[in-house]
Every structure is written in C-alpha cells, then in structure tokens.
Design a protein around this ligand. Structure first.
Ligand code: ATP
Ligand code: LTN
Length: 327
C-alpha cells in the first residue's frame, strides 16, 4: 500500500514561486511513489472577503497551474474542497473536540488579527479545524507544506489524538513534510517577511504566470544590502533569499554557487537569476496556455477528482458519526 499524501492550496491571489518551490514542486516529484491527493481549498479562501467571479476563475487558474507544473491527474487526485460537504461536516465535529486555547495559539491567526483587527471573521479563527478535517478525512500519512503550515499540521495531530483517546483509534496521525531548503521563501521587496499572495506590493512576489520582463524587473529591484560578498549567510536575508531561489531552480550546490559568484557583484547574480527563473517557468507557462485553451478539460479533471475521493470521505464520516453517537 502506498502512503497517502494530502495537501491543499488556496485559490486566492497569484500563485508564486514560494508556493511552487516549497510545495507544488515536491507534490509533482513524489506523485509516482505516493498516493497523492491535492485539494483546492475554496472554503479556506472565503475566510477573508473574496469577489464571486474572481474566486470562481481563480479555482480554474490554480487547477491549470497545478497540472501545468506537472501534477498528472492519472497519478494524483485533484478536487475542489466545497465539492465534498464531508469537509465542513467533519470540521464542525472536530471543533467540538478542540479547546479554544489550542486555537488561540495559532501564530498565523495572531498575525492576521494584528493586521485586520475586529474585521477578522470567525471562519479565519477556525480555519485550522477545517484544515484538520481536510487531512483526517483521507487517512493521510504525509502533509507536504511550507514552514508556515507546520503548526496547523501539528494541531491536526493533537486534535486527532484527542479524538482517538476518547473514542479509540479512529484517525491516523499525519506527519508534516517541510522541505529542508526553501520552506520559507521571502518577499523580494522585504526579505524579512514571507513571500505572500495577499501582499499587495508589485515587487514582492514572482508569480508563476508573470511575463518574462516583469520577472526581470522584480529580481533586479529585489532588496539586498550594502555589502559585496555573495555568500549563503542567513544574517543577510536579501542576498540569502536570492541565493536560495537560485539553488532551488538550478539544483547546484551552495559551494558551487558561491564559487561561481566569487568575484562578481549583486547585479551579475540578479541578472543570472532572472534568466534562470524566466527559463524555468517558460515550459510551465506554455503548458498552462495549452491546458486552459479548453476550459471543459479542467472541469472534467475536477469532477473526476471529486468522484474518486468522495467514497473515502464518506467512509470516515460513517465511522466518526457512529463513534460520536450522531443520528
Ligand atoms: P500566501 O501566504 O502566499 O497567500 P498561503 O500560505 O496563504 O499563501 P496557499 O497558497 O494555500 O496559502 O499555500 C500553498 C502552499 O505554499 C502551502 O504549503 C504553504 O505553506 C506554501 N507557501 C506559501 N507561501 C510560502 C513561502 N513564502 N515560502 C514557502 N512556502 C510557502
Ligand atoms: N492552510 C493551508 C492550505 C490548506 C492545507 C490543507 C494544506 C488547507 N487544507 C490541508 C495542507 C493540508 C495554507 O494556507 N497554505
């Protein structure tokens, strides 16, 4: 039996190289060895305000990008979270087994609360319970995510353990899988904050569908420092971030990269990096154009994904309801 991988991605904003290097790339690489399930988490997206038509089109855009990046719908299951009501149903039940104190410790929520104050929705607070439901519905073994999601996967384990200790072995405990390098790609304009879809600044993130000249301009404007040496030094976040992106796109070792730029300046590094990103994203961008030329194709992948996955979720829900005494 292959181990099951489950991960989710929000259909909001523009998918960027942080999402790609920390998550999507690894999902593609492991899909032959692992039973892979990828969910477009539209119910998570509405925890913050979304425009109806934009959300609808973003769901197709993310699906297209996943396939263009190499997710093969014959090997992996791709589906939309809201197509399967078991996610919200289990989330409610898990809510009732999650102490407020555990939820209040979630750092992502605390950060968003600081930004949005009382505008913040109850859904955003409760977001990790829905994420726990996503994962636990499918007896997931491994959850490959970026560093920012680690705490949510750990909470999922705690909720599962609590439920199991009350009702006996029910949920499998999932393991987060965080890449050793690139688990937290930083913003190009501010290398002390995570590259984020929700960040408005035009020089902040490199998006997978950015035109070549936009990519070049963003890399050339990236914030660095006033030193000269090109070295992997975490205390110099701007240059470190660019070098990590270089490392991940080229697959070269750190000593080789440092040797390559030994007597060169930041401009050389930036120019070379920009071309590497442009060349790396070009095949993905042209596959995306091909895939989206036929809009019915993406919908057929998503419909097929939901029907493949639904029986697994229903099985879990039957067991959970039985144990809790519902119905
Ligand atoms: P964002 O902050 O960019 O809006 P997100 O974290 O809210 O994104 P998703 O788009 O659903 O939400 O994330 C998809 C995957 O990308 C997750 O596994 C997440 O951990 C990862 N990820 C998001 N941003 C980064 C980043 N800057 N560096 C590494 N991984 C990231
Ligand atoms: N919360 C995640 C997206 C997400 C997810 C999941 C990831 C929702 N459900 C289940 C892994 C497993 C995020 O914002 N990146």
């Amino acid at each position: 039996m292959k181990k099951r991988v489950f991960s989710g991605i929000q259909p909001t904003g523009d998918i960027h190289i942080g999402n790609y290097l920390a998550a999507i790339k690894h999902w593609v690489a492991s899909q032959t060895e692992l039973d892979s399930v990828f969910c477009i988490v539209d119910l998570h997206a509405i925890t913050v305000p979304q425009e109806t038509n934009v959300l609808k089109s973003k769901i197709r855009e993310v699906t297209g990008l996943l396939l263009a990046a190499g997710i093969d719908p014959k090997l992996s299951t791709v589906f939309i979270q809201s197509h399967n009501s078991a996610h919200t149903e289990l989330a409610w039940i898990l809510n009732c087994f999650t102490p407020m104190g555990w939820m209040q410790r979630m750092t992502q929520f605390k950060d968003k609360l600081q930004e949005q104050k009382e505008q913040v929705s109850v859904g955003l607070f409760d977001y990790p319970a829905l994420m726990a439901a996503d994962i636990l519905l499918y007896n997931t073994d491994i959850v490959p995510v970026g560093e920012d999601q680690k705490q949510h996967v750990e909470l999922t384990r705690d909720i599962a353990q609590r439920f199991n200790s009350i009702y006996g072995e029910t949920f499998k405990l999932p393991e987060p899988l965080i890449p050793e390098t690139g688990a937290r790609i930083m913003g190009l304009d501010d290398p002390t904050t995570k590259m984020s879809k929700s960040e408005a600044g035009s020089g902040h993130a490199i998006n997978l569908l950015d035109p070549s000249d936009t990519i070049r301009a963003k890399v050339m404007q990236a914030t660095t420092d006033s030193l000269r040496e090109i070295r992997f030094d975490e205390n110099r976040p701007g240059i470190y971030n660019l070098l990590v992106i270089y490392e991940l796109f080229t697959g070269l070792s750190r000593p080789d990269i440092e040797a390559r730029f030994e007597r060169k300046g930041y401009v050389n590094l930036k120019q070379e990096l920009a071309e590497i990103i442009v060349d790396s994203l070009r095949p993905l961008q042209s596959r995306y154009q091909e895939l989206t030329a036929d809009p019915t194709y993406l919908d057929s992948v998503l419909t097929e994904g939901s029907s493949r996955i639904r029986p697994l979720a229903e099985k879990t829900m039957t067991v959970v309801k039985e144990k809790v005494g519902l119905g």
